[in-house]
Design a protein around this ligand. Sequence first.
Ligand code: CA
Length: 232
Amino acid sequence: MQEKMGTILVVEDEEPVRGLIRLYLEKEGFRVVTAVDGEEALHKVTGSCPDLILLDIMLPKMDGLAVCREIRKQNSVPIIMLTARGEEFDRVLGLEMGADDYITKPFSPREMVARVKAVLRRVNLTEERKNTQVIAWPGLVIDNSAKQVEMNGQVVPMPPKEFDLLWFFARHPGQVFTREQLLRQVWEYDYLGDPRTVDTHVKRLREKLSAHTGRRYIKTVWGRGYKFEVGS
Ligand code: CA
């Protein structure tokens, strides 16, 4: 296997089901680690650092819900619960305990593989977004690690708070923020700041943006606040 697909921990006491899941996941290139009860599952979580856990609810010693709750105390690894048909209660409880998804038994192996991949994709996207350090919009590139802004290919110097404000806006396109919200998020003031500070910074940002790109990225939403929009 060229591509690293990741490690899946399969927690299931029924051998045939466990074997089937292993077979299909390995066929897709995943590394599979198994556990037959809740206690073993908790050991394997720390021991083998899985990328995702398939966790059956009906388990000896410690049921899947309790295992899920234990894992969540210190680990955000994605968990898909395996529930029996009609166990509505378990399903809801599983999601409350911090499971990311559930699969109802009996399931088709193909569906199971698709769900595993979908959850992994979702988690990876969220991680990428959280860690992203560069945002690019037409005519505008913002690099948070270098604290640098390029407008139409030209580096434009910017004071720290202006930069922070632009970075915040660019990460939340289309969302309206009140001046108070911006003060809290960007200046980290708790109601103490002067909302006019925001207006002043927005004004300067707009001047720079329009001078270098001819675009108006930050829109005023009357009676509400501001939003960042990439349009005309
Ligand atoms: Ca079981």
